[in-house]
Design a binder for this molecule. Structure first.
Ligand code: GN1
Ligand code: MG
Length: 366
């Protein structure tokens, strides 16, 4: 595959990067004159993303825009602060192999890594600021609008309807064994639907956002700990700040993994929430309206429930969407996410006070 791309060196070795639930990711070393250089090769999931050329056009435009911004601001170390796509030998952004699979390649980001769980507030701040700045940097992306790579991606009502359909179809005869989970998901959805309507969710501005602000989608510098580069740009398209902040809170304010089976061990850590709020607001400040800030305390709950519903849908449907590593994995993910919904619901007013305080500090500084 590497031979299809503009990689000057000789292939040495490659290994599989087992992170992410969607694509197949590999890293490889090539011996270039004088030094070994590493690249990332990804085989893209065409069942999840139906129009891969449109997706790659989005990614090329977004990374190109980031690169131009970094260059014109004279930021040192620019090549470590945004993804760098490698063109094919024909000058395209992707390669289709003999089996019809679509591949893309990036420069490997040396001396940086992502985390699946947050270790301390400083890390939460760094990840959050990187995502906030990412959204702010895209506010002047030139026309035309980006393609919608997954229709209805964060349409909670649509996700719930799909869930109900999957339960009704019950293609793997699993619904009966999870009937109490199905009821809890439905009750939680009804409750949140009402809260969102009260908070003016439908009127939120639509912007170009990341749409998948899971903490492991930021690369942190090994030496300084700085949030260097936002990755996983496949769902960058129109959306809301609520979903970005919510996904960050879902994944970054508990130290438990997404699929924790010991539900009693899951906790919401308010120091991590405070750091994430400060970081995100600092990064996205040039962009945010008051209405967007006001709804943020509800965001984590929304995204935990959205993911919970998607995991349970996938369990009932026979695990066709998210890669699983054990039997019942999507059900474990569902239970852990629903536990987070409960915890966040209990502490919503506390989170509200923190967001208000952090926003006040930023406005005072401005
Ligand atoms: C998927 O690809 P990855 O692992 O970063 C999913 C997200 C979910 C997440 C749950 C395109 O993200 O929406 O929130 O898993 N991405 C897509 O862990 O569906
Ligand atoms: Mg990812």
């Amino acid at each position: 595959i590497g031979a299809a791309f503009q990689i000057p060196g000789r292939f040495e070795d490659s290994w599989s990067v087992k992170s992410g639930h969607i694509h197949d990711t590999f890293a490889a070393t090539y011996r270039e004159p004088g030094l070994p250089r590493r690249y990332v090769h990804q085989r893209l999931n065409h069942r999840v993303f139906r129009d891969l050329p449109a997706l790659m056009d989005n990614v090329a435009r977004v990374t190109g825009h980031q690169w131009e911004q970094l260059q014109s601001a004279g930021v040192p170390d620019s090549e470590r602060r945004c993804l760098r796509l490698i063109s094919t030998r024909e000058g395209l952004s992707f390669h289709v192999d003999d089996e019809g699979a679509t591949w893309r390649s990036f420069r490997f980001l040396e001396g940086a890594r992502s985390r699946d769980t947050i270790e301390d507030p400083a890390q939460a701040f760094q990840v959050a600021r990187a995502f906030g700045s990412f959204a702010a940097a895209l506010r002047d992306l030139p026309e035309p609008p980006l393609a919608t790579t997954i229709p209805g991606f964060h349409d909670l009502g649509g996700r719930f309807a799909a869930f109900e359909q999957a339960v009704a179809a019950d293609s793997h005869q699993r619904a009966a064994s999870v009937s109490s989970e199905i009821d809890r998901a439905a009750a939680s959805f009804r409750n949140l639907e009402r809260l969102l309507a009260e908070c003016g969710y439908a009127e939120l501005p639509r912007r170009i956002v990341h749409n998948d602000c899971k903490i492991n989608n930021v690369m942190l510098d090994d030496a300084s700990g700085e949030g260097l580069c936002v990755i996983d740009l496949d769902t960058v398209m129109e959306g809301t700040i609520l979903c970005d902040f919510g996904e960050l809170v879902r994944t970054g304010t508990s130290r438990s993994p997404e699929d924790e089976v010991d539900l009693a061990s899951i906790s919401l850590e308010i120091d991590l929430f405070r750091a994430a709020s400060r970081g995100y607001l600092a990064g996205a400040a040039p962009l945010l309206s008051e209405a967007e800030v006001e709804i943020l305390p509800l965001a984590g709950q929304v995204m935990a429930l959205e993911n919970a519903i998607r995991f349970l849908t996938d369990h009932v449907s026979g695990d066709v969407y998210f890669r699983i590593h054990r039997e019942g994995h999507n059900l474990d993910r569902f239970r852990a996410q629903l536990r987070l919904v409960e915890l966040m619901s209990e502490r919503r007013s506390e989170m509200g006070a923190i967001v208000e305080e952090a926003w006040g500090e930023i406005r005072a500084r401005a």
